[in-house]
Design a protein. Structure first.
Length: 233
């Protein structure tokens, strides 16, 4: 395929893959991530709603973690879980918002508020749409009455630490440091999700669904704000 034979398709692809422009590479990647995350969440939600075999896997994983809930590991899990709790994320979010406002970074401050408030609302709506009960285990480590799908801790952590990782990726010049921030955020989010399974607060699919929904909302908001900013600039 040569540009001379197919000039318009080639030009379209070049515009979608260039780092410049408001509708360039960042928008292409953002749309792809949003579509993939949306598809993943839909598949998980459908399997959970229909009681597909993955539900049995959920129970097996929950029982396995409960049987290996040694006191030291449980204490570590409680500590990790705290960093995805509503109390911590609310306090930390206020701190990040104040930091951005102090720097007069109004765009990122607005984006951060939109991500956290909108994502929290979305999580509550999803929980009440699916009405999924939490794991029922003998001698449970935690007892919660709210619905379990998707995991609020995991989704909140995905939004909060994911935003910080994207902000670091955008502003830090050193590639190794940028990559380190992203990898650290991903690792920490996964640990928070695993801690919720270990404590018996959620099934595996609760965590996976929260990851998909959280990434969907995070990337959707980030891409939309970035595109509007570039277009306006």
């Amino acid at each position: 395929m040569t540009p001379g034979r197919f000039p318009q398709p080639i030009r379209f692809l070049q515009n979608r893959l260039t780092p410049q422009g408001y509708a360039g590479l960042h928008l292409t990647v953002g749309v792809l991530v949003v579509l993939i995350c949306g598809w993943c969440f839909g598949e998980i939600a459908e399997d959970v709603s229909r009681g597909d075999p993955i539900v049995q896997v959920d129970r097996q994983v929950a029982v396995w973690f409960h049987q290996h809930a040694f006191p030291v590991i449980t204490q570590v899990a409680r500590t990790i879980s705290f960093f995805g709790s509503v109390e911590w994320l609310m306090a930390a979010s206020i701190g990040v918002a104040l930091f951005l406002v102090a720097r007069r970074d109004w765009l990122n401050a607005s984006l951060f508020a939109f991500i956290m408030i909108g994502g929290t609302t979305l999580n509550v709506v999803l929980k009440h749409c699916f009405h999924r009960e939490r794991p029922v285990l003998e001698n449970p480590l935690v007892t919660l009455s709210s619905y379990g799908f998707p995991s609020g801790h995991t989704m909140g952590a995905t939004l909060f630490y994911g935003f910080l990782a994207l902000l670091a990726w955008k502003n830090i010049r050193n590639r190794a440091a940028r990559l380190g921030c992203v990898v650290s955020a991903c690792f920490w989010i996964l640990l928070i999700g695993l801690s919720r399974i270990h404590l018996g607060a959620h099934y595996l699919t609760d965590v996976l669904g929260a990851l998909a929904a959280g990434l969907f909302w995070l990337v959707f908001c980030w891409t939309a704000f970035e595109t509007l900013h570039r277009r306006g600039g």
